[in-house]
Design a binder for this molecule. Structure first.
Ligand code: CA
Length: 413
């Protein structure tokens, strides 16, 4: 009987050869700056650049790099070619002797932010989330959704420089807040620190200034997706957001998973998005013939844990606006894309309370605290650790693991 090797991934492993997400790693104890592109297989990571070099692959220039950006910039044909090559390297027996020594156990590596984030945009694309927040914050409004909501994917530009990789600790932000009952604002650590369970889309191919990207070109520009936690200080946000939108209540930290899953690994997870209740303008209309054969939704099953307890299971398939519509909208004015642009879906909330993707919804603005083994919780306390994880249906009944994004709250400084 042959010895178990990194290439012998157990059947049913969500990180089998059907997945192959990309990340950036360094060996524990290695010199600072020795970062390499890695591809996850099972509980190991393949040094992709070393494999390319050892096998004489032309993709060594894309893979022997400290970030994913050169691969992202190479474009859709290269993404497919590299993925095909990687699949062969980890499945064809003839490559085994060369490739096997180039794997490292995940426990031996440190994972880094996988790409240099260019611009960061965050949307608000879940109807259930937007409707819940509308009910909480505009109880007297004629409808929970704002009049524009069904006509365009609402978003804002965030802060790319504070996007951090999973595992990075999150320092409680300090800022200005004022409740309607208070007569003057106060300054201090946020007392309503929250999460937002989201999916982040990673742009590879840039676009030209003044040239919108149509719905049908989504796959030519977007390389893959990751999990994203948009940490939110609700008290800072509530006082500052009118009239220009989120600012310091969001910009202190945004966490992303260490693995970027290529869209090509998620073809079996594509689903038709929720039924459209309003006629869409042509640039957003995904019922049009040219894009109707590419369903824009993704069936991603997310789980949120707080200190190890499952508190929610948001279904990404319920999100109203698709990633393709978000891309079309954010470029509709001619704004151009750069390699490394990241855009978040917005908080993913399903119709059921156990599917809400934020504490403000799960506790209904603090009214109904969560009962956890270590006590009641409305918003996050110092020391709390939140983890988002997810999987998607893969080919032939497999699962595609999307990894996790985790972060622990440190006291304000
Ligand atoms: Ca958000």
């Amino acid at each position: 009987m042959s010895e178990q090797t990194p290439l012998d991934v157990p059947e049913g492993d969500p990180f089998g050869p059907h997945n192959l997400p990309y990340g950036v790693f360094s060996l524990r104890g290695a010199a600072q700056g020795d970062r390499r592109v890695g591809v996850r297989l099972g509980s190991h990571v393949l040094d992709a650049g070393a494999a390319a070099a050892a096998l004489g692959s032309p993709y060594v220039s894309l893979l022997a790099q400290p970030t994913l950006n050169p691969l992202l910039a190479a474009g859709r044909t290269a993404w497919s070619d590299v993925r095909r090559a990687l699949t062969a390297w980890v499945t064809v027996p003839a490559h085994r002797a060369v490739v096997e020594p180039l794997f490292h156990p995940l426990s031996d590596v440190e994972l880094h932010l996988p790409f240099e984030v260019a611009d960061y945009v965050d949307f608000y694309a879940s109807e259930h989330h937007a409707s819940n927040l509308g009910q909480m914050f505009r109880p007297d409004a004629p409808a929970p959704l704002t009049p524009n909501w069904k006509h365009l994917p609402i978003g804002y530009h965030g802060r790319s420089g504070t996007v951090v990789v999973s595992g990075t600790e999150v320092v409680r932000p300090t800022g200005q807040r004022k409740t309607p009952a208070e007569t003057a604002p106060v300054f201090g650590p946020s007392v309503r620190l929250d999460i937002e369970a989201e999916v982040g889309f990673v742009v590879g191919t840039p676009s030209t200034l003044a040239t919108p990207v149509p719905l049908a070109d989504f796959r030519d520009h977007v390389f893959g997706l990751c999990l994203l936690n948009d940490w939110s200080a609700r008290d800072i946000q509530a006082w500052e957001y009118v009239p220009l939108g989120p600012f310091l209540g969001k910009s202190f930290t945004t966490s992303v998973s260490a693995w970027v899953t290529p869209l090509e690994a998620l073809d079996a997870a594509r689903v038709t998005p929720p039924e459209r209740t309003h006629e869409l303008l042509p640039y957003l209309d995904d019922s049009a013939e040219s894009v109707a054969d590419e369903p824009g939704g993704y069936d991603l099953r997310m789980t949120v844990t707080l200190n190890g307890q499952v508190i929610s299971e948001p279904p990404f398939s319920t999100v109203y606006w698709t990633a393709a519509q978000q891309l079309a909208h954010m470029t509709a004015n001619g704004a151009s894309l750069r390699t490394g642009d990241l855009y978040g879906s917005g908080t993913v909330s399903g119709p059921e309370p156990a599917q809400y993707g934020s504490l403000i919804e799960l506790t209904w603005n603090g009214r109904d605290p969560l009962e956890l083994p270590d006590g009641k919780r409305t918003f996050l306390e110092d020391g709390d650790e939140v983890t988002l994880s997810a999987w998607a249906p893969g080919p032939d009944g497999t699962r595609v693991g999307l990894g996790e994004v985790t972060g622990r709250i440190l006291p304000a400084r």
